[in-house]
Design a protein around this ligand. Structure first.
Ligand code: PLP
Length: 498
């Protein structure tokens, strides 16, 4: 066992509704400044049929009950603020508190999205400047900040691809997707109305230009490619792949979720990518996981600019900013207002705090940390692609399972008992029993060593007492959950009076 303990106090906690007592108050509301909407004459214009007859059933609790309830619940989970969280493909880096300070400045947090342009110049300038900075990092000409997540960015990007081909009189029907792709890639393509054609990776784990050459025909709208890919490897044939696709009239979509490995080192726009989403919540350090707000800006090469969603922020000759809706070829809106503005402020703060040189260091250290873990773990675990990786490395349970019967899932659960969030498991799908580890740059050498010690301790237990690991975790609030049942029969509603 490592020194990172899991023996702390975990308080039992009922639902907040079960803490409710009639008449108990958490807050006293000031008297309303407007008349209540009791009838159509006195109140605002809300049709009677739309008004609720009964009050919503809310828990009646004191402020202290609310604070303790949610703090206790938060302590049941491991999070980036408490432990290393090496969840591959998720870039769970530490979120600097200065980002939170900036996005809570009243000028940002209290700004109504319908504030007139001339009173929202600061917010528009931030969006403009953020767009410029992100374009400079990636080598694109413009970017929309509207999408709310990586996956929504992918959908936006594929709609841009569709708009481009339709505009050129040749709406194509297919998109090529390598077999290492994240599951959201084929889903986004099919939402955009495309059918997908899988492309098998070569034995080196990379997209093989010859395989692309074979399937790239006049009906293929684009290839959707992730680099570094989900094996943590840079797609070193990407320029050649882009050339093949471009030469037959297709476009290259880059999944930019793994940008944490590239900043200041390589620009996707320079190696042939025409359109790409970024995951601000990953690379640019804003809290995510558990469905929190995200942001998936989409950058484009010049030829795709006309189709970008509206509104776009533009700079006037006098240095002020305006919102522009009048773009005849736009794909329209992807969501209400401007996107998740709070995430943009956090990402902007991170960018401004680091500057170009430090951003390059971020990527270099993210790569160094992943390679350090790979070097420390390659003798204990089977490594499917045993060569230097980018920002994450992939191991498997192949050797362990043969020798002890202990699986990837057992290893992941054993790590929970040792105070670490597990890596991503069983992904990418092309690797059997995968453990995908992304340490990020924010972990120190000491923490990485503690993580290796925790994994070695799991291995030692696998050899001495494999049966115990099949039942891990035993020190967490909830033990081994039946994940299949939880996915197939979710119980999501609390029933009153149970
Ligand atoms: C490679 C890759 N693409 C796309 C996504 C989707 O991003 P989001 O979860 O923000 O929708 C992820 C998410 O982790 C990812 O790792």
């Amino acid at each position: 066992m490592t020194d990172v303990g899991t023996s702390g106090l975990q308080l039992r906690e009922p639902l907040i509704f079960e803490r409710s007592r009639p008449g108990r108050e958490g807050i006293r509301m000031p008297a309303a400044e407007v008349p209540p909407a009791t009838d159509d004459k006195a109140g605002p214009d809300i049709p009677a049929a739309w008004r609720r007859a009964a009050l919503p059933r809310l828990p009646e609790v004191a402020e202290v009950d609310v604070v303790r309830h949610f703090v206790r619940l938060s302590q049941w989970n491991l999070c980036v603020d408490s432990v290393m969280y090496p969840l591959g493909s998720c870039t769970m880096k530490y979120n600097p508190r200065v980002n939170e300070w900036a996005c809570r400045l009243p000028g940002f947090s209290r700004l109504h999205p319908q504030t007139p342009e001339k009173l929202a110049q600061g917010a528009l300038e931030l969006m403009w400047d953020l767009e410029r900075r992100l374009c400079a990092i990636c080598g694109f000409s413009r970017m929309t900040l509207q999408p709310s997540a990586g996956a929504q960015g992918e959908l936006t990007g594929m709609l841009l691809v569709r708009a481009y081909h339709t505009d050129h009189g040749n709406p194509r029907q297919k998109v090529l997707i390598p077999d290492t792709a994240h599951g959201t890639n084929p889903a986004s393509c099919s939402l955009a109305g495309y059918s997908t054609v899988p492309v098998a990776s070569g034995p080196d784990g990379l997209v093989d230009p010859a395989a692309v050459d074979k399937v790239m025909d006049a009906d293929v709208a684009a290839i959707m490619i992730t680099t570094p890919n989900t094996l943590g490897l840079f797609e070193s044939h990407i320029a050649q792949v882009a050339e093949i696709v471009h030469s037959r009239g297709g476009l290259v979509y880059g999944d930019g979720a793994n940008l944490n490995a590239l900043m200041g080192l390589a620009r996707p726009g320079d190696f042939g990518i025409d359109v790409m989403q970024l995951n601000l919540h990953k690379t640019f350090s804003t809290p995510h996981g558990g469905g929190g707000p995200g942001s998936g800006p989409v950058g484009v090469a010049t030829k795709l600019e006309p189709y970008l969603p509206v509104p776009m922020v533009e700079k006037n000759a006098d240095g002020t900013f305006r919102l522009v809706d009048d773009r005849p070829k736009t794909i329209g809106r992807m969501r209400s207002f401007f996107g998740n503005f709070g995430v943009m402020v956090r990402a902007y703060t991170y960018l401004a705090a680091h500057g170009p040189e430090e951003l390059r260091r971020v990527s270099e250290i993210a790569i160094l940390n992943a390679n350090y873990l790979l070097a420390r773990l390659r003798t204990s675990f089977h490594v499917p692609q045993d060569r230097p990786c980018m920002h994450e490395c992939v191991l498997t349970d192949e050797r362990l399972k043969k020798e002890t019967g202990v699986t990837t899932m057992d290893v992941a659960k054993g790590l929970l008992d040792r105070g670490f969030h597990p890596p991503t498991v069983y992904f990418p799908l092309v690797v059997h029993g995968a453990l995908m580890i992304e340490p990020t740059e924010t972990e120190s050498p000491e923490t990485l060593d503690e993580f290796v010690a925790a994994l070695e301790s799991v291995l030692a237990e696998a050899k001495s007492n494999p049966a115990a690991l099949h039942h891990a975790p035993t020190r967490t609030r909830i033990g081994r959950a039946d994940e299949t049942r939880a996915a197939r029969q979710p119980v999501l509603r609390y029933k009153f009076g149970k």
